[in-house]
Write a protein that binds this ligand. Structure first.
Ligand code: FAD
Length: 342
């Protein structure tokens, strides 16, 4: 049945499709870090095959963001502006991106696998009748301009390479925190193509009365993460970790079970279904090191494990291992730091 449906979609004329497209998320005048990561990888892919990077920016007043996106190395910035687009709205945003894809025909189109990115990506893929690989951690392109989209599978134990051979654009979402954010390029030449959009009011069925930003923890920007696991034994353990984190300028992370148990909120979760972090220092306290957790923190520069089990899996990837009950180890560490140099 599925085969029949897929075969019913005509094969795309691949020669008509060129360049790499990226959707840019921003809040006000600030580009989201996950989108800087997408510019970084998008630029890498485009330059490998001598094509251009096209970035789509949508919002109310987009001049500042569009210029900044150009400075980060995008070649053509497609900027759509309307007061109705000030906040993210699924239907008009999907429509605008779909229209850009129809007009510019990018060979590859990438989005960060954020909440909004995921919401958009699936809609666009259905509209364009193409395939999408979600949550990629490795992206490359071959000499035939085929996107090599890799994503972990079977509980992170295997990396599956997924190709979209017959349909265009080749779409992928990428897990935030996985790719290196783009850096500004001095003297990079870019073009901004701006259009004012009249949003069909039928697409704005919900009225946004007020936007109240959630005080979420952005672990991806933290230089130090002190993370706790099931070994903490309860929510109080996180208070101790917060003390340590405050002392060394870090943020508190968590494995998934404490989140599921309600000991800490979900925005602290690190791993396959949480955030991917790459801090200078990651302190894993009472965390065993299961693949789904390691997937989100293995790129940390230095890893310290505090675990009472000398054979915990996390120790295999740790630079320093403290085999001890955390209730003894963490207060001792806090005292040592406080008394350092006295
Ligand atoms: P455990 O594996 O139970 O480890 C607890 C550790 O604490 C042990 O090593 C123990 O020796 C140690 N310990 C116990 N008491 C103490 C003490 N007093 N002092 C010091 N050490 C102590 N997990 C994630 O973390 N992030 C994800 O995003 C994620 N996504 C998932 C997605 C899927 C589809 C699935 C199936 C699972 C996912 N998981 C995820 C869950 C994952 O498989 C593991 O169950 C989880 O990571 C284990 O968490 P933990 O290490 O805190 O607990």
């Amino acid at each position: 049945m599925m085969v029949g449906l897929i075969n019913a979609i005509p094969v795309a004329n691949k020669d008509e499709y060129k360049n790499v497209g990226v959707y840019i998320e921003h809040r006000g005048d600030e580009i989201k870090r996950s989108s800087l990561e997408m510019i970084g990888i998008g630029k890498q892919l485009a330059r490998k095959i001598n094509e251009k990077l096209l970035c789509v920016v949508i919002g109310d007043k987009v001049d500042g963001i569009a210029k900044e996106v150009g400075e980060y190395g995008c070649d053509i910035v497609l900027a759509a502006e309307s007061p109705d687009l000030a906040e993210y709205r699924t239907m008009p945003y999907a429509q605008i991106i779909g229209d850009y894809i129809a007009e510019y025909k990018p060979n590859i189109f990438l989005l960060a696998a954020t909440r909004n990115g995921r919401d958009l990506a699936s809609r666009i893929a259905v509209k364009e009748r193409t395939g999408i690989t979600a949550d990629c951690t490795v992206l490359d392109v071959d000499e035939n301009r085929t996107l090599l989209a890799n994503r972990p599978t079977y509980g992170e134990s295997t990396l599956a390479e997924i190709l979209c051979r017959n349909h265009r654009p080749q779409m992928a979402t990428a897990r935030p925190g996985t790719f290196t954010p783009a850096e500004k390029e001095k003297d990079h030449k870019y073009e901004i193509v701006k259009k004012k959009v009249n949003v069909d009011k039928n697409m704005l069925k919900k009225q946004i009365i007020k936007f109240i930003p959630k005080k979420a923890t952005d672990l991806t920007a933290a230089k130090i993460v002190v993370a706790g696991g099931l070994g903490l034994g309860g929510p109080d353990g996180f208070k101790l970790l917060q003390d340590l984190a405050d002392l060394i300028g870090g943020a508190v992370g968590s494995s998934r079970p404490p989140v599921d148990l309600g000991w800490i909120t979900r925005d602290h979760q690190v791993g396959q279904t949480g955030q991917a972090v790459r801090p200078d220092l990651y302190v894993a306290v009472g965390i065993s090191g299961k693949p789904q957790h390691v997937a989100g923190m293995k790129f940390s520069k230095v890893i310290i494990s505090i675990n009472k089990d000398p054979n915990a899996e996390i120790n295999k990837i740790s630079d320093y291992i403290i085999v001890e009950d955390y209730r003894k180890a963490v207060p001792a560490l806090i005292d040592a730091i406080k008394n350092f140099g006295k």
